[in-house]
Structures are given as structure tokens and as C-alpha cells.
Design a protein around this ligand. Structure first.
Ligand SMILES: Cc1cc2nc3c(=O)[nH]c(=O)nc-3n(C[C@H](O)[C@H](O)[C@H](O)COP(=O)(O)OP(=O)(O)OC[C@H]3O[C@@H](n4cnc5c(N)ncnc54)[C@H](O)[C@@H]3O)c2cc1C
Length: 492
């Protein structure tokens, strides 16, 4: 369809987002013969976080064997923990291989969306005009909106200051005195790469995280040749890592077996002891919260970098920024040329505040800081709205792409069901959504992200977890294996 009527572009499905999960949703639609869709994205290429985050050292912190699409297994990765340029190139290639460029409007931001009762479609306003779509698919990411800490004096700083996701093109840190604020996953990659180039790196740590080694390895030309010739080797590797990750998720995050959960913390503690002989530095790096309360880090070189002569760990927050300096909460002043804000992201961003329910109120307004979606995908009051990946509250498990494929497959099932039954729209019952969220909160209440003794990005305004899916990957697949007529209203 995709025709323009009265300045409004019309399409059956509008996908918002061109990250990995936007790509897989589009590919799954195409594979099911649903060709009438458009992708819009505020970025100027495919890749999402892998397009946006370009800092030196940026790469996956879960093995690439399972951080790739099941329909596009790549034998050419150069390392087990691939770096950002390779991941971004892979995502662009998959998009090109499936002819997605021609269907995508780049540099187009969704500003808001409302359901039009009479025509049973979404009216979506964007920086590139209005779209009318029978189904609206939000794939807007969960680590997308940077958090900027409010440090007094920040505007007076005369050097470079930027968020880790807005790395200045070509900036290497060569010869500079650099402050890295924050010690989450991005900082774990930034600190070792800046250590090699900078004159001095000062790392400000409010709360340490548990870290496990990645045990990264390089794939040689022979490895790649054998992967190409015998794809079953890759599939076998993928399966083994999948099983490990499922166990880790069930035990460390969902606490199905507390004894197993403790083993992960023991592994992280042993790694710290092995890597950091200095008792004072080790004390500073030892978390006082349970494993997986904060997202556990994965690194082979962070602890080593911290022990280099040109690096100092300051186990304090930041109190104030001056014209050429930064002061810690303990009153220590450091002269710096550059400040890197490795301060993370607002989980899920503000996207639900842009979506108006049938009653005219936004989803964000109604949900009041306690976001919920049925099975992480559908929202009451919003017919034919589908949330994929982190756009959906409680939509994440151990792998940011695998869950997207599961929801993409569910989206296809619902659209096919509607087509077969001549249905224009489906809307989940509010009671089903509320009950799902109640059970989710109950499952996650005893886990480390809520009860583990730390503050983390997954906690919502009410202290509940808004990020984690309350089951493993297999359970998510089972939960989304079919369209349930009993919990949906139907608009014929
Ligand atoms: C540095 C970094 C490293 C990571 N490493 C891993 C890892 O190793 N393993 C893992 O499992 N996960 C990792 N993640 C998590 C990552 O977010 C997910 O794995 C995954 O990439 C999410 O894909 P997505 O397509 O859902 O969202 P994203 O990749 O975030 O893409 C979101 C898309 O939505 C678009 N968008 C957002 N808002 C709008 C709007 N209003 N209008 C139009 N377009 C909009 C953006 O332009 C973008 O195209 C990492 C995240 C970061 C930031």
C-alpha cells in the first residue's frame, strides 16, 4: 500500500526503530509474506545502539555466537566478543540483504501516536509527516536515552564533556587527562582503551559491579573456514552458550536455585581476588550487593587497566565540575581535559509517554511510573500496538536480540490471525495485563534486582523491576507461541 493520501502516508504496519530488533521484526514480516510495512528511525542508518555507540573498545559483552539472528548466522566474526564496527556492519548487511533500506525513512523521529476509532488505525506524527498504520510496532530500544547526571558546574567546564553514547568522531584521548564518570558496562570497555592512549585516567565509581571474565578469543582464518564448511560447529557453540545463559538467567536473576545463584557471585569474587592483589583496591572494587543486582559486567582487561600507573580509581561520586577540573564527593580535585559521562541510560526511555490510549491519556500517564504490558508486548487501551525488545516493560532477558525475534514471530502470528478472521484490530484486556504484571512483580520481588541491596536502572518509581522478563527464553517462547482470543477484545 504505502500510498500518500492528503499528505498522510498509509501503511499496514509501521515499525519504529532500526536497531537489531527493528531489523528482525521487518525480516520476519517479509518472510511471512507481509510486505506492506514501513520502518521509521531517528538514526541515519541501521544498527540502533551499535550505530549510536562508537567509543573505542565498544563491543558485545555476551558472546557473539548468541548475539546474532537465528536467520543470519555469520561465520566471519573475528572474535568471540565482537567489537562495535563488526556488529554494526553485520546489522547493516542483514538489512541490505533483506532489502530494508528502500522501506526505511531515516532521520524520522516519532513524536506521538493516537488511535483513530473511526478508521481503526494509528495516526503517528513524526518529524517527517504523519503516518496512518493499522499496526504500530515500537522497537525503540531500552538503552537509548542517555542519562546526564546533574553535576553542579557542568556548564562551566572548558574541556570536552560528552556522554559515552555520543563519542566525538575520531577522539582517541591521546595525551589527555580524562575523567570517566561511572563504572557500568560502557566504562568497563572505555577505561582500558583510554588507559592505552591517555596521560591520566581518573575513574569515578559510586558503586562497584560484579565482573566476570569474558575469556575472549580470536577466530583465525582456519576457524572461519571451518565454520563456513561445517555450520553445525557454530550451531553447537551457540547451543552450549544458550544453555549456559538460560541457567544464569534462571538462577542468578530469577533465583530459581539460590545455591546456583551464589556460585556466580563466588566466581566473580574469585576473579577479583585473582586479578587484584592489592587489598585496598580490592576492597574498593568489592560490591556490597548481591550478584546481578546491578547488571554484572564482563571484562578481561578492566581490572588490569585500573592497576596501570596512569589510572586511578576514585571510589566516590562527583561533587562539582570547574573550568578545568572535577571534584569528588570526598573533596579531592582532579585537573582534567576531558570528561566522559559513562552514566548509562534511562531504561526504556519515554516512549510510552508518546502513545495515547483510546481514552486520550498517554500510556505513561495512566501507568504512573509502574510500566506494564501484557507479556511485555501489548498494552490495554492501545489496539494493534506491539512493543518489541526493551520498548516493552519486562521484555528483556539475557540477550537483547533473541527476545526480539520471539516477539517478532508473535507479531506475525497476530497479524495472520487478524487477516484470516477478517479482524481489523485486537486489544488486550486490562485485567489480563494487570494480572500479568502482578505475577511478574511477584516473581521478581525476591530476585537480586529488587531485593539485592542496590539501586539499579531496572527499578521503576515504585521499586519494582520494569526491565526483566519473568522467565527464561524458552518460557518467553512458550508464552508467546499463540494468539489468545480469551484475553483480547476484537474490533471487527
Ligand atoms: C553500548 C551497548 C552495548 C550493549 N551490548 C549488549 C550485549 O553485548 N548483549 C546484549 O544482549 N545487549 C547489549 N546491549 C543492549 C542493546 O540495547 C540490545 O542488545 C539491542 O541492541 C536492542 O536492540 P533494539 O533494536 O531493541 O534497540 P536499539 O538498538 O536501541 O534501537 C532503537 C532504535 O529506535 C530508534 N528510535 C528510538 N526512539 C525513536 C523515536 N521516537 N522515533 C524514531 N526512532 C526512534 C533509534 O533510532 C534506533 O534505531 C548493549 C547496549 C549498549 C548501549
Amino acid at each position: 500500500m504505502n500510498e500518500i493520501v492528503g499528505g498522510v502516508r498509509r501503511t499496514k504496519v509501521l515499525i519504529v526503530g532500526s536497531g537489531g530488533n527493528g531489523i528482525s521484526a521487518a525480516v520476519l514480516l517479509k518472510q511471512a509474506g507481509i510486505e506492506d510495512f514501513v520502518i521509521i528511525t531517528k538514526h541515519n542508518d541501521f544498527g540502533g545502539v551499535w550505530h549510536q555507540n562508537t567509543y573505542p573498545g565498544c563491543g558485545v559483552d555476551g558472546a557473539i555466537s548468541i548475539y546474532q539472528f537465528s536467520f543470519a548466522i555469520n561465520p566471519e566474526w573475528s572474535t568471540l566478543f565482537a567489537k562495535q564496527p563488526e556488529v554494526a556492519a553485520y546489522l547493516r548487511k542483514v538489512a541490505a540483504d533483506h532489502d530494508l533500506y528502500a522501506r526505511t525513512r531515516f532521520g524520522t523521529e516519532m513524536l506521538g501516536a493516537e488511535w483513530l476509532e473511526d478508521s481503526a488505525c494509528w495516526s503517528v506524527s513524526t518529524t517527517g509527516g504523519t503516518y496512518h498504520a493499522d499496526a504500530l510496532v515500537l522497537v525503540t530500544g531500552f538503552l537509548e536515552e542517555p542519562v546526564f547526571p546533574k553535576i553542579p558546574g557542568v556548564d562551566s567546564f572548558e574541556g570536552r564533556i560528552f556522554h559515552s553514547s555520543m563519542w566525538p568522531e575520531g577522539y582517541t584521548g591521546e595525551g589527555d587527562r580524562i575523567a570517566v564518570v561511572g563504572t557500568g558496562s560502557s566504562a568497563l570497555q572505555i577505561v582500558p582503551s583510554m588507559q592505552k592512549a591517555a596521560r591520566q585516567v581518573t575513574v569515578f565509581q559510586r558503586t562497584p559491579a560484579w565482573i566476570l571474565p569474558k575469556n575472549d578469543r580470536v577466530f583465525t582464518a582456519e576457524d572461519m573456514a571451518s565454520f563456513r564448511e561445517s555450520p553445525e560447529i557454530l550451531l553447537q557453540q551457540r547451543q552450549e552458550i544458550f544453555e549456559y545463559a538460560e541457567r544464569m538467567w534462571e538462577n542468578a536473576f530469577l533465583m530459581k536455585d539460590p545455591a546456583e545463584s551464589q556460585k556466580f557471585e563466588d566466581m566473580a569474587r574469585a576473579y577479583l581476588e585473582e586479578q587484584v592483589p592489592d587489598p585496598e583496591l580490592r576492597r574498593m572494587l568489592t560490591p556490597d550487593h548481591q550478584f546481578a543486582c546491578k547488571r554484572p559486567g564482563a571484562s578481561d582487561d578492566y581490572y588490569a587497566a585500573l592497576q596501570e600507573e596512569n589510572v586511578e580509581l576514585v571510589a566516590e561520586g562527583t561533587a562539582e565540575i570547574g573550568a578545568g577540573s572535577i571534584r569528588s564527593t570526598g573533596g579531592r580535585e582532579f585537573e582534567v581535559d576531558t570528561i566522559v559521562l559513562a552514566t548509562g541510560f534511562l531504561y526504556g526511555g519515554h516512549v510510552l509517554h508518546k502513545i495515547k490510549r483510546r481514552d486520550g491519556r498517554t500510556v505513561g500517564e495512566v501507568q504512573q511510573g509502574h510500566p506494564r504490558a501484557y507479556k511485555s508486548v501489548e498494552v490495554s487501551g492501545c489496539p494493534n500496538l506491539f512493543l518489541i525488545g526493551g520498548a516493552g516493560p519486562n521484555g528483556q532477558n539475557w540477550n537483547g536480540l533473541a527476545c526480539g525475534e520471539v516477539v517478532g514471530a508473535y507479531l506475525v502470528k497476530v497479524l495472520q490471525y487478524m487477516e484470516e478472521h477478517g479482524i481489523r484490530a485486537v486489544e488486550v484486556h486490562e485485567s489480563a495485563e494487570t494480572e500479568w504484571k502482578r505475577r511478574t512483580d511477584e516473581i521478581l520481588a525476591h530476585g537480586p534486582t529488587v531485593a539485592g541491596g542496590c539501586v539499579n536502572y531496572s527499578q521503576d518509581d515504585t521499586g519494582h523491576n520494569k526491565a526483566a522478563y519473568p522467565g527464561n527464553q524458552r518460557e518467553m517462547e512458550a508464552a508467546l507461541s499463540k494468539f489468545e482470543t480469551a484475553v483480547h477484545h476484537v474490533i471487527a
